[in-house]
Design a protein around this ligand. Structure first.
Ligand code: MN
Length: 246
């Protein structure tokens, strides 16, 4: 039995290496991750071309595909037996609120959950400077606990760590998914040939700072842990829509 690590920032990313080193004393660690940055690819699966796997280190593999491809290939092929736990991260940057629908980091943990293996996604909030030490340390402690107690069925954990040294982090909070404020400017520029081009996501991240949310916890220097499930049904609407006549 082993722990599988993946991510969406690529196999060479610093956050992944921090986790690999930290967890080495906990269990046998396998890494199957994209060969390049695949951030914001969501839960996409590559079906239109063959995938290549390259071993780049001991129990470390690079795949020319998405995070979902990696977890799928790892569990169904590369690993000799099913892992006990899949950890995706540590991502460079937050995965909070509505943004998790874009997240390759969270999707790798989703894929594990779909395949019946407990999964957690870990992200370090920030935009430029990243020190993964506190996040790696917390993930190690969380993983230790989950290997003993496991997760409720069909549940994955979305963990976001504030960009602070361990001593300044005030603990953790169980949270719900928050709401993003979409004010993202689209940047329009002109290329050297005089043609317009566009860049999405030029504006700063902004969230509704509501109590109990992932964003609010991080804002209060707490590590946010949001339990997620893959059932996207809106049960409240199901009742409201009983009156629907078509
Ligand atoms: Mn990423």
């Amino acid at each position: 039995m082993a722990i599988l690590l993946s991510n969406d920032d690529g196999v060479a990313s610093e956050g992944l290496r921090a986790l690999q080193e930290k967890l080495a004393s906990l269990d046998e660690v396998w890494v199957v991750a994209p060969d390049r940055d695949q951030s914001a690819v969501s839960h996409s699966l590559t079906l239109q071309r063959p995938l290549r796997i390259e071993q780049v280190g001991p129990r470390t593999f690079a795949v020319d595909g998405t995070p979902t491809d990696c977890v799928n290939l790892a569990i169904n092929g590369i690993l000799r037996e099913r892992p006990r736990l899949v950890i995706s991260g540590i991502n460079r940057g937050a995965n909070l609120g509505d943004d998790i629908t874009y997240s390759g980091t969270v999707s790798a943990a989703m894929e594990a959950t779909l395949l019946g293996v407990p999964g957690i996604a870990v992200s370090l909030v920030g935009t430029e400077q990243f020190d993964f030490a506190a996040a790696a340390d917390f993930t190690n402690r969380l993983a230790t606990r989950l290997l003993r107690d496991s997760l409720p069925p069909d549940t994955l954990l979305n963990v976001n760590v504030p960009p602070l040294p361990a001593a300044a982090i005030k603990g953790f909070a169980l949270t719900r998914q928050g709401k993003r404020r979409y004010g993202d400017a689209i940047v329009e520029k002109v290329d050297p040939r005089g043609k317009k081009y566009y860049w999405i996501g030029g504006g700063p991240l902004d969230f509704v700072d509501a109590e109990g949310t992932d964003f609010n916890a991080v804002h209060r220097d707490l590590i946010s842990i949001t339990p997620l499930h893959l059932d996207l049904t809106n049960y409240r609407s199901l009742e409201e829509l009983q009156h629907l006549k078509v």
